[in-house]
Write a protein of this length. Structure first.
Length: 159
């Protein structure tokens, strides 16, 4: 009896009644994906209008005073949200070809607010041979001083 029931249970599986592909659904596919660009005008960013005036009053980046920089940075630039700041940073600066507003602002921040940690890292370090020479000289001077004191003590010049 068991031999008869087992083949009856396996027969539907052999014909695909319980196969994975028994249910057919429509596949939604996109033939051509589209990328949309958001084109922004300067009217959408009052900072860019301010920057044009800022560039006109300061002919070179090196001539920007700390007072003018602080006004521009704290009253205009830091008020932008992250998306606007990213957009503004990618815009040409108006000073020189090849530079962006973000690069100019970063240069000014480094000029007026230097990173002391970075300055410490840039200090020149002694190489291994210089350290060995210095240690040898110090050891020789110390050994000489001890030798001189020992000789003076043996000669009974000092007690």
């Amino acid at each position: 009896m068991k031999k008869l029931i087992l083949p009856l249970l396996l027969v539907p599986m052999m014909f695909g009644a319980f196969s994975k592909n028994s249910v057919k659904t429509d596949v939604i596919d996109v033939k051509t994906p589209a990328i949309s660009y958001a084109i922004r005008n300067t009217e959408e960013h009052p900072f860019l209008d301010y920057w044009e005036g800022f560039v006109a009053t300061h002919p070179a980046v090196c001539d920007i005073t700390e007072k003018d920089f602080r006004e521009m940075y704290y009253q205009h630039y830091l008020l932008l949200d992250s998306e606007e700041r990213e957009y503004v940073n990618d815009q040409p600066d108006g000073y020189d070809d090849g530079y962006t507003i973000g690069q100019v602002i970063k240069t000014l921040v480094n000029k007026y607010y230097p990173n002391h940690q970075k300055v410490k890292e840039e200090k020149q370090k002694l190489d291994q041979s210089s350290i060995i020479v210095i240690a040898t000289v110090v050891a020789l001077v110390g050994a000489t001083a001890i030798s001189v004191l020992y000789i003076l003590k043996n000669q009974k010049v000092i007690k």
